[in-house]
Design a binder for this molecule. Structure first.
Ligand SMILES: NC(=O)c1ccc[n+]([C@@H]2O[C@H](COP(=O)([O-])OP(=O)(O)OC[C@H]3O[C@@H](n4cnc5c(N)ncnc54)[C@H](O)[C@@H]3O)[C@@H](O)[C@H]2O)c1
Length: 169
């Protein structure tokens, strides 16, 4: 499959890129290297240095090839930092993700994988493993920014038929 991985120069994304390449897929990493590293991008993946805040560049990148799937890892991801700069976190994660999701819908991408978080489940998750029925109750702006994106993806599915999976670790 032809796969676009946002945040593929980061910790989690770069390991997913390794797995995708090992499975024989064609991978492009879209990353602005704000917390990621060029050296973390596995050999065999193409790299596009793009900031998701730039909606025109993001849309052009997504429009430039026919993706079988877009996997979205690029985000700010510290619970503690999000308590110190809540509005920055909410805006950054929501707006950048909206730029990706809307571009995917416009370009008829049919499959989307989103790196969400166990922080969606707030205190619930400390005493038990999360299941599909675990109550969503974010206890940080970081968790809430991810919940907003999950809901956005649900609308993208219901209204435009873009299927998605949200990963929680
Ligand atoms: N690390 C974990 O334990 C963990 C747990 C749960 C969820 N997650 C989620 O997984 C994803 C990746 O986390 P990580 O730990 O690998 O973080 P990371 O900071 O190592 O990776 C994030 C990547 O996204 C890129 N990026 C950030 N903003 C960007 C932008 N505006 N445009 C383009 N690229 C941008 C960064 O340069 C970096 O390469 C995040 O969405 C995070 O919320 C991580």
């Amino acid at each position: 499959m032809k796969c676009l991985v946002t945040g593929g120069a980061g910790y989690v994304g770069s390991h997913v890129v390794i797995s995708l390449l090992d499975a024989g897929h064609d991978v492009v990493v879209l990353d602005n290297l704000s917390t990621g590293h060029l050296s973390a991008i596995p050999e065999g993946a193409r790299f596009w240095n793009i900031d998701l805040a730039d909606i025109t560049a993001t849309r052009n990148a997504i429009a430039s090839e026919n993706w079988d799937v877009v996997l979205h890892f690029a985000a700010l991801s510290s619970v503690g930092d999000s308590m110190r700069t809540p509005f920055h976190y909410l805006r950054y994660n929501a707006m950048n993700s909206l730029n990706v999701i809307e571009s995917c819908v416009d370009c008829n991408v049919r499959r989307f994988v989103f790196s969400s978080t166990a922080a969606l489940f707030g205190e619930e998750i400390k005493s038990t493993k999360a299941s599909e029925s675990t109550v969503i109750n974010p206890s940080s702006p970081y968790g809430d920014s991810k919940f907003f994106i999950e809901k956005t993806l649900s609308w993208a599915d219901r209204i435009y038929g873009m299927r998605s999976a949200c990963l929680s670790v």
